[in-house]
Design a protein around this ligand. Sequence first.
Ligand SMILES: [Zn+2]
Length: 81
Amino acid sequence: MYVVPTSGPEIDLCRVCQMMWFDIYEIDDLPRRAEGEIQAEQWKTELRRVQARRAAQRQFDQRMQDRRIHAIYGGFGGGWF
Ligand SMILES: [Zn+2]
């Protein structure tokens, strides 16, 4: 069992299954995040998702473009492409 400090009470955490143990009322004393904080985190997650999607799209576009170049010039020009 680990004892994990928070800005509120210490939390007991199982080393094996990472289950957290709370004493009675301990959960009520846990620090809570402000609504703005939670929203900011959701926006950050969404932003990362969008960035990952764009990067994947760019990679795909590049692959398609390389393929077109191969289709047009492949076999010509002594292996330049
Ligand atoms: Zn456990």
